[in-house]
Design a protein. Structure first.
Length: 303
């Protein structure tokens, strides 16, 4: 057995979300973008999902985006932060993504919008979500991934190293899109599909970006982060570097947000299965109107 890895301070995540809940409507553009993407994917489904669970709620943002798509009759909203749960309509519950309090095989659909990137044991959380689903139930989730806030990370590291001689983690690590499909398979899901949308958002300066992150509950919650206020000199130097390297033609700075969307199904005997090797009823060479060569024979060679 291996010891669990604690990358994130979950108490810090909760406190950041509680603080953000008070004025979340001013900073909801990123969560709104994620909700719209989930709604688009759900609209492509021909199935009905009477009982659904939303993990990591931001009030009624996702509920409003999906409306009656998917034939959802009941949507239960859950979040680590009581303040965000209170913004959602009932039924609702305070619950941690890392320890879900739901029985196996209960839901037809599990949704999560821009929350899972703060989970320490993502494979474990995905397994719990799979267990929550009935056979052939759907997981539809979005999370920040890959290059998200790469510009800010680079500038903060360089500024801190120049001023203090060292650097500490100040931006969360994010899952690479290429790894997400493997994580879904590892968690026991079937038919996984992963895609990515990169958003570029402009700000007056890097300090405005940092205020936005705080307002949306996305401030640094890495467990190894400094537990004291960042020195003003570091922030100002990081802002200078940002303006020098990542400015638009009108003098604003840009920030990258990568929204990774996961689509997968709880296994079911009724799902389509890939054909066994050698079971094809027609030859590929005939379909392509070409000559079939034995394995190992080079193109252009003659017998």
């Amino acid at each position: 057995m291996t010891s669990p890895v604690f990358v994130f301070d979950r108490q810090g995540v909760r406190l950041h979300r509680e603080r953000a809940a008070r004025r979340f409507a001013k900073f909801d553009f990123l969560v709104r973008a994620g909700a719209e993407r989930l709604a688009d994917r759900l609209a492509d489904m021909t199935r009905r999902f009477p009982l659904a669970l939303e993990i990591g709620t931001h009030g009624d943002m996702l509920r409003s985006a999906i409306g009656r798509i998917g034939g959802i009759e009941t949507l239960i909203s859950a979040d680590l932060a009581a303040g965000l749960v209170a913004r959602a309509r009932r039924p609702r519950v305070v619950a941690d993504e890392e320890c879900l309090p739901f029985g196996n095989g209960r839901f037809d659909l599990v949704l999560s919008n821009l929350s899972l990137h703060w989970v320490n044991d993502l494979p474990g959380a995905l397994i719990q979500m799979r267990d929550c689903l009935r056979a052939d139930g759907l997981l539809l989730a979005s999370m920040l991934g890959g290059p998200t806030l790469g510009e800010l990370r680079a500038c903060l590291i360089e500024a801190e190293a120049a001023i203090t001689g060292g650097a500490s983690p100040r931006v969360s690590p994010f899952v690479d899109m290429r790894d997400a499909g493997a994580l879904l398979q590892r968690a026991g899901f079937a038919l996984p599909v992963v895609d990515s949308d990169v958003l570029t958002v402009t700000y007056a300066d890097a300090l405005a970006l940092m205020r936005d992150l705080r307002g949306m509950g996305e401030a640094n919650a890495v467990a190894a982060r400094p537990r004291h206020f960042t020195r003003r000199a570091i922030l100002l130097r990081a802002a200078e570097l940002y303006a020098e390297r990542f400015a638009t033609s009108d003098g604003r700075i840009f920030a990258t947000f990568d929204i990774v969307t996961l689509t997968a199904w709880a296994p079911s005997a009724t799902q389509q299965k890939p054909l066994q090797p050698g079971s094809a009823a027609a030859r590929l060479a005939d379909a392509l109107d070409t000559h079939e060569r034995p394995a190992g024979e080079k193109a252009g060679s003659r017998g």
